[in-house]
Design a protein around this ligand. Structure first.
Ligand code: SF4
Length: 401
């Protein structure tokens, strides 16, 4: 699609996994065909930016040949998000593979319609956009849950793909395309899809590398892939390093790759690894100890417990001029708020769409007609407390001038 900085190329790796060779290819294409920037998205995709038409065509052909883009646009359009810390042969891997094989059986769905396969020991994708969810239940089984409903129906082992296809067909047949998303589709579910089981929710246990604002360069991706067997792309704007060894740890921590941060950032405002405890009994996909860079240890972000991390969490979309929907710059403003240690969580969004964060934040700053609106304890599309502020007025109001 066209963006303010050229054509944008989206790569949604199958099963959220990039082999080392695939990651190096993506890194090379971003550096040589685009403007070098890669954005990690909330739908576990990589967006390569700044292509011209010829470069985009050439890159797409190479991505198709590498198995990273499906040559059939209808198949490619199906957004299938998986819990990224799956293991070979586990339920997430099994169900996702079955669904990939059945994508041709899905009806034509609205552009943002997505399917989440969240069948690890706990469901971890609750904040990730999706319309149909296959999730772990408290009794150990799997459920199918339509987004917007708190409960789902139990699935028979081996029939999960059939059930997802059937509910997608019901969505279209019952007029869901007009609503666009399952959560907005008010029609009563078919009897067979009505259940009363809640998902068993939790946090992803994998150690993650989370670049500042989810933005990295081709050179950074190549350095991260170097020495790793594969990378997993998470919907939390981060990457899991699969069987990263000592060499890859050193690569991550080289100052020119992920520069050491001053105290505020080291405490988790922005750049650095977000590290989670590995799941009990399972070998970790990446290193277990804190990632170090010089004398600094990257922020340890256990999102279930670390309230300090939450206080200083900061999300900002790409904003103007790169996104045509934005009328304001976002990340420069976010940097100013970080420098001033304004407490959050903070979300700076170029428009009310809120691509960078779906969950509410203590402070959400939303661009509109070249000015900023301020939402407290809400989302980018929530009613603002203050409207039409200049950047200077907003910073002064927040004590960051
Ligand atoms: S939130 Fe709006 S401005 Fe920001 S990237 Fe999304 S569409 Fe663009």
């Amino acid at each position: 699609m066209a963006a303010g900085d050229g054509l944008l190329l989206r790569v949604r790796p199958p099963l959220a996994r990039l082999t080392r060779a695939q990651a190096l290819l993506v890194a090379e294409l971003a550096a040589t065909g685009g403007n070098g920037a890669i954005d990690l998205t909330r739908r576990a995709a990589l967006q390569l930016r700044g292509f011209d038409a010829a470069g985009w065509r050439q890159a797409t052909e190479r991505l198709v040949a590498a198995g990273l883009v499906d040559p059939d646009p209808a198949i490619e359009a199906v957004a299938l998000t998986v819990a990224p810390d799956w293991r070979e042969g586990d339920d997430t891997h099994r169900v996702a593979r079955a669904l990939m094989a059945r994508r041709g059986a899905l009806p034509s769905l609205p552009p943002k319609f997505g399917i989440a396969v969240d069948a690890g020991t706990r469901a971890v994708l609750g904040d990730t956009p999706a319309d149909l969810r296959v999730e772990r239940a408290g009794d150990g089984g799997l459920i199918l849950r339509a987004d917007g409903r708190g409960v789902g129906v139990h699935l028979a082992p081996g029939r999960e793909g059939d059930a997802v296809v059937a509910l997608a067909r019901w969505f279209v047949a019952s007029g869901g395309a007009a609503a666009g998303r399952m959560a907005r589709h008010a029609a009563a579910l078919p009897d067979w899809a009505v259940g009363e089981t809640r998902p068993l929710t939790g946090q992803s246990p994998g150690a993650q590398v989370a670049p500042r604002f989810g933005r990295m360069t081709g050179a950074e991706l190549a350095a991260l892939a170097d020495g790793a067997e594969a990378l997993r792309v998470t919907p939390w704007r981060s990457l899991l390093v699969e069987r990263g060894d000592v060499a890859s740890r050193a690569g991550i921590c080289r100052p020119e790759i992920f520069p050491c941060q001053e105290s505020g950032q080291a405490e988790g405002l922005t750049e650095g690894s977000r590290l989670h405890q590995p799941a009990a009994g399972l070998p970790p996909l990446a290193w277990e100890d804190g990632a170090r860079c010089g004398d600094q240890t990257y922020h340890r972000d256990d999102r279930s417990k670390d309230t300090a991390a939450d206080t200083f969490s900061l999300d900002a979309c790409v904003g103007a001029p790169a996104c045509p929907q934005a009328s304001v710059a976002t990340r420069a403003l976010a940097d100013r708020l970080a420098d001033a240690r304004v407490a959050g969580p903070i979300h700076v969004s170029g428009c009310a769409k809120g691509c960078a964060r779906g969950a509410p934040a203590a402070l959400t700053i939303v661009g509109r007609d070249g000015r900023y609106d301020l939402v407290r304890d809400g989302r980018a599309d929530s009613p603002p407390r203050l409207r039409g502020l200049t950047a200077a007025a907003l910073l002064a109001h927040l004590g960051a001038d």
